[in-house]
Design a protein around this ligand. Sequence first.
Ligand code: SF4
Length: 335
Amino acid sequence: MNATATQRADTGIDWADLAAEVLRGVPVTPEQAMAILRSGDDALLGLLDAAFTIRRRHFGRTVHLHVLRNAKSGMCRENCAFCSQAMGAYSGVDRYTLETVEELVEGARKAHAMRAKRYCMVTATRGPSARELETVCEAVRRIKAEMDIEICTSLGLLLPGQAEALAEAGVDRFNHNLETSERYYPEICQTHTWADRVETVKSVHEAGMDSCCGGIVGMGETDEDRVALAFALRDLGVASIPVNFLDPRPGTPLGHLPKTSPRDALRCLCMFRFVNPTREIRAAGGREVVLRHLQPLALYPANSIFSEGYLTTGGQGHDRDLAMIEEAGFEVTRD
Ligand code: SF4
């Protein structure tokens, strides 16, 4: 059944009881995760409250801000269907080669001034060349020497030895999303495989870095695909899960899709929290345009957001992000 046509039903599950089970260390089942996605609007506040009890146990009311840097834009030769920087996308995004070390360090200074816990340098590419890797590593060394901020890099698929080089330079985390379930992935990308992505995440772990690995909701996948992704991330042991919501970009193969409803987006965040109770869950790309007036409610299941926009689209702005967090009674922290 298509996710947009999912029938809402009374699941018969008491969300508070399920959260209590999770807090006792009992993992939720795929059936329970499906029930979360298929629960009705009348149960939504109760579901959010239950997800919050799990989030609060592990993260209190703290929020981690992540700031992205599009370090190399618009020139990718891969064909991910959602991506405005992909080969064949007619999206008009900026196209430039890898920024200089000084530009990357300057970006980190700005992120630090915005109280970001992490600064994430991202390149639109299948994977980094040796020269690109050295530029990023040099930027990381200089950032680490100058300021107290965690570094994430997102550079595509890694070759043997590249994860180790990044770890040695001081990278704390490497981002590489699975994007969707293994079943649905071939509908989204044909130039590399889901298994390629899993291998890169494993190489990140073997090199001693944390992984940031999530996906995108709203690409035409089913509820089963969403649940399968959440469990795949659990099984991989990723530290951080960005839950992105497709903001359909004109000029991409998915540009015609309707946006996920705000309430379905919240149910997804809750499902990821229940399946991955101790992990950082981020209300990531598409937050503003998909959640709209319900944005602050995302802070109940999620403990992290990107601030100051995304790779090729703007957000609502850093000041409004801070105001939203404060007005909802949460607290930005670097701890
Ligand atoms: S590999 Fe990354 S930059 Fe390239 S098309 Fe896929 S998502 Fe876009």
